[in-house]
Structures are given as C-alpha cells and as structure tokens.
Design a protein around this ligand. Structure first.
Ligand code: ATP
Ligand code: MG
Length: 289
C-alpha cells in the first residue's frame, strides 16, 4: 500500500499528466516533456531529498530535466562540470586577496557546492564519471545523511539548508569516463533518460524549434523512431538518435532541404562512413532532395 503524496507534489504531477502544461511558474520554459513517468518519479525523489543520478546518452535531456526539477522548487541551480582537472577548489571555492580600505584582506570565494548547500539551492554535477576518482569522495558527507562538509580551506563546518538538492548526470560508455566509485554511486537513486520518440518528440519539436511544416515534422519523428530502432539492433551508434541533434535538424530544415539538414545535424556526427550513409539512406525514404 503506497502512502499518498503530499498535495503540493500531487498538484504538480497531475498538471504534467493532464496536458504537459503547468510549467507557468518555472524559470526555464518550455518544461520537460513527460516520458515513461520520468518526471513524476524524479520529482518525487527530488521532493524527498534523494540525490538523483541521471544516466543517459548525449542529448537525451538530462540537463533539461535537472533544470526542470530545480525550477519546480523555485531554486537556482549551480553546475559543476567534471573533468580530469576538477579539484577541491573548483567544488568548494578558493581564497583570494581583496583590498578593503587600502588594506589587503584574505577572502574566501565560495564555490558551487558551498553556495548550493548554504542557500538551499540545487547542485548539478555534470559528467560525474569524468572526474578523477580521488576528487569526489570529498563530497561523501554532503551526499549522505550528514549533509555536512568541513571546508578544508576555511575549517568552517557547513551544514546544508533543508532545500539543498543534488542531481548528477552520467553519460555511460563515453571515452574518458571511468566506472563510478561504488560508495559514490550508492549515495544516489538512479534514473535512465532515453531519447524521446513519437508524440513526445513531436511536442518537443513544436515547442523548441522553428519548424512549422507539419509534414516535415511528421517525417522527422518517423525518421527518429526508425533510427532508434536501428540503434537498438546495433546497426548504428546510439548518439545518432540524439534528441538534440534532431532538434538541430528541424531548425535547419526551416531554410534548408530536410535531407541537407539531416546530413549536417545528424549524419556528419557519426564517425563511421557506413553509419553516415545508413542515416542518409533512411532519410531518403522520407525526403526527396
Ligand atoms: N523530455 C524532454 N523534454 C523537453 N526537452 C527535451 C526533452 N528531452 C530532450 N529535450 C531537449 O533536447 C536537447 C538536449 O537536452 P540536454 O541538453 O538536456 O541533454 P543532455 O542529456 O544533458 O546531453 P549531454 O549529455 O550531451 O549534456 C535540449 O534542447 C532539450 O531541451
Ligand atoms: Mg547535459
């Protein structure tokens, strides 16, 4: 038997389920289009204060979803982009010298983790598996029930504001990524973000691109659905079905022929000549030059 959701969260969820509207109060518009209960489930986890890890290929909407979650709670989002160079200073902040009344004083400039914790904002950790394995354990105390960190640069003990939330994103199988450390992974609840298809994809095209030709939109969606089928069969790389790439193709198709648009926004991104041709051939079944 499930416990009933608090009214606040129910109101939000029913608005997305009804008509994908209800985003009027969001800072980022348009909102995230619901697919397979992803928004519903992540909203609930976010509401409960769980750290959320979004797993999905490039251009599948991970960042957009994190922004939407943060916007639902009317909180700003601070982002960290992980890389080999990510260090404690880029997470927590750094000391600098400031002139006050002609006097040099040391001041600490707060980094994204400290800012988000103190103000009850959202912390977005992008490409969390790109960081060096020894860097992120510094956040272990931030990511478990303690929600606390002792800032090594100032010795200040920072306890997170109750609204503090963490969303991380991971792009599996990407060059340069390492498997996520088990203790780190264990601190998250994990959601898969897949490329959009069918009606949902059509809705995103209508909301986020300048393309208005209904027939071209229809075929673009059919093409995307077909590409997704082929990626699942292992015929072409997963990123060929990227929602971001398709939205670019739709924008270009306002002024360029759809085939040219697809070539530059989708096919040319594929390394393998065979895959490139495969996408073009597939597109030629829908569009003529
Ligand atoms: N469900 C969705 N609702 C609304 N927009 C979406 C959705 N899925 C994807 N998009 C759109 O697709 C594009 C790519 O999304 P986003 O940048 O969030 O991808 P990502 O998963 O963060 O990619 P990367 O791993 O490369 O950072 C954006 O323009 C976003 O608005
Ligand atoms: Mg992103």
């Amino acid at each position: 038997m499930l416990t009933e959701l608090p009214t606040e969260i129910q109101t939000y969820i029913s608005s997305i389920q009804k008509n994908n509207s209800g985003y009027e109060h969001l800072t980022t518009t348009p909102g995230f289009i619901e697919s397979e209960s992803l928004v519903r489930n992540t909203v609930i986890a976010f509401y409960m204060g769980k750290n959320i890890l979004l797993k999905g290929p490039t251009g599948s909407g991970k960042t957009r979803l994190a922004e939407t979650l943060s916007a639902i709670y009317k909180q700003p989002m601070h982002s960290i982009n992980c890389s080999i160079d990510l260090d404690a200073e880029s997470l927590l902040g750094f000391k600098t010298i400031k002139q006050i009344d002609g006097q040099s004083q040391i001041e600490f400039v707060e980094g994204p983790v400290i800012k988000a914790m103190k103000n009850g904002h959202t912390l977005y950790i992008d490409e969390i598996n790109m960081a060096r394995p020894e860097t992120l354990p510094i956040l272990n105390g931030v990511l478990d029930y303690r929600k606390t960190i002792t800032n090594p640069f100032t010795s200040e003990v920072v306890k997170a504001h109750p609204n503090f939330r963490v969303v991380a994103a991971i792009n599996e199988g990407y060059v340069g990524t390492t498997p996520l450390n088990e203790a780190l992974k264990n601190r998250f609840v994990i959601f898969h973000v897949a490329y959009l298809t069918g009606e949902q994809l059509k809705q995103v095209i209508k909301e986020q691109t300048n393309l208005e030709n209904a027939e071209v939109i229809e075929y673009m969606v059919k093409l995307a659905d077909e590409i997704i089928k082929e990626t699942k069969r292992g015929k072409i790389s997963e990123e060929a079905a990227s929602t971001r790439a398709l939205l670019d193709a739709c924008d270009l198709a306002v002024y360029l022929s759809p085939l040219t648009a697809i070539r530059h926004a989708i096919a040319e991104k594929l390394e393998d000549e065979r895959e490139k041709n495969f996408v073009i051939n597939l597109a030629e079944t829908y569009f003529k030059e």
